[in-house]
Design a protein around this ligand. Structure first.
Ligand code: GLA
Length: 374
């Protein structure tokens, strides 16, 4: 009798465990898109689109500034956290001095000296907004406009914007489309295309500030960065390229093998805010760099077809921004940007790769930020 009862008990336990296992297996994460209101801008509704993939990774984007508001990834203990800097509400993104958290940048990412350039023998004067230079498109760049949602799926959002002739001083009506896609293998892919009706400089990019610690570390100094570049664009005191492309070897700019960001940062006046000249590759989307946060195990790879990458170490952050996520103090070096791009001030630097888009041509730029655990 005793044996009979014990067997029943063991069988019941086995049955219960088996059922539970099946239940766990059935708890698959579904690929979804959800939408929620994110306030109003000039009377227009701002919506936050949140994409979740089958692994539970999430990316959220708003149609104001085409801004990425959240990227939620797993750490080595399976805990999810947001790995980009930003705000809890639209008010944060609208505040004066928002340092371009997560947004789309254009018409020309980074600086154009004195906001002047010549195209087809004609000189142009852009709006200047940074110590007499034009930065990130001028006073009202693509980070401060509403983007139109063209199409949306469970994993992607296509945004368009028509940048009119003479906007911020730029020539030509520029028709832009940016597609954000959350991939099944934990990547956030950004595909940019554009056409114009007059020759114009163009250099679009995204300005996410990463901190892979997901809120554990107040700075990115312990992250390890690798950049696939042997040269960088030297800049003057106004952060305008001098035209020289010095070798990174034996300098604090050397990230050709992974290096802790804090190691040499004190040797770089003002911190890292430079464009690296990516090594030439035969691949369509070569690896531009990697970022690793050892304590959480989070690892990010950046792939792009662009010739350069701006590594900005969050030098101007000073802890004064309001409405930040969970009221975090974003102090100097709280987050870093890896902006896939053409070199700054290219319209005035004949030796740099061309940034002039002509009528009949198509601008094509792809960037992929891929997350995993090491
Ligand atoms: C870029 C620039 C920096 C700074 C930030 C925004 O990445 O390179 O100099 O202007 O944007 O604060």
């Amino acid at each position: 009798m005793k044996i009979f009862y014990s067997s029943v008990l063991i069988l019941s336990i086995l049955f219960y465990t088996a059922c539970n296992n099946t239940k766990n297996k059935m708890a698959v994460i579904k690929k979804t898109r959800t939408e929620k209101s994110f306030g109003n801008f000039n009377g227009e509704a701002v919506t936050e689109y949140t994409f979740t993939n089958e692994n539970g990774m999430q990316a959220s984007i708003i149609n104001y500034g085409g801004t990425v508001t959240k990227i939620i990834t797993k750490d080595k203990d399976g805990k999810y956290a947001d790995v980009i800097l930003g705000y809890d509400s639209l008010a944060g993104y609208l505040q004066k001095g928002n340092p371009y958290f997560g947004c789309l940048i254009g018409r020309y990412g980074n600086r154009i000296a004195k906001g002047k350039f010549m195209v087809d023998g004609k000189s142009y004067q852009l709006a200047t907004n940074n110590k007499g230079q034009s930065l990130h498109g001028g006073n009202k760049g693509y980070d401060k406009v509403m983007w139109t949602v063209k199409t949306k799926t469970d994993s992607s959002l296509a945004l368009t914007y028509l940048s009119k002739d003479e906007e911020e001083g730029y020539p030509g009506n520029l028709n832009i489309e940016v597609i954000y896609e959350l991939t099944a293998d934990n990547g956030l892919k950004i595909s940019y295309t554009a056409t114009t009706d007059k020759a114009t400089p163009i250099n679009l990019t995204n300005h996410c500030y990463f901190n892979l610690s997901g809120g554990r570390d107040s700075t990115i100094l312990q992250h390890k960065l690798q950049l696939s570049a042997n040269k960088f664009t030297e800049v003057d005191s106004l952060l305008i390229p001098t035209g020289k492309l010095p070798d990174v070897k034996n300098t604090p700019m050397d990230f050709s093998t992974a290096k802790e960001i804090g190691k040499d940062i004190a040797l770089v006046k003002g911190g890292y805010d430079h464009n690296w000249d990516l090594n030439k590759s035969k691949e369509d989307m070569p690896l531009a760099g990697t970022l690793y946060h050892p304590a959480s195990g989070r690892f990010m790879q950046v792939f792009t077809n662009e010739p350069g990458i701006q590594f900005y170490s969050g030098n101007f952050l000073d802890g004064t921004l309001s409405n930040t996520k969970h009221n975090q103090k974003y102090i100097q070096y709280a987050g870093l940007c890896l902006e896939t791009q053409h070199f700054p001030d290219s319209p005035n630097q004949p030796s740099f790769p061309n940034t002039i888009l002509k009528p009949g041509e198509k601008y094509l730029h792809t960037a992929l930020y891929k997350f995993s655990i090491k």
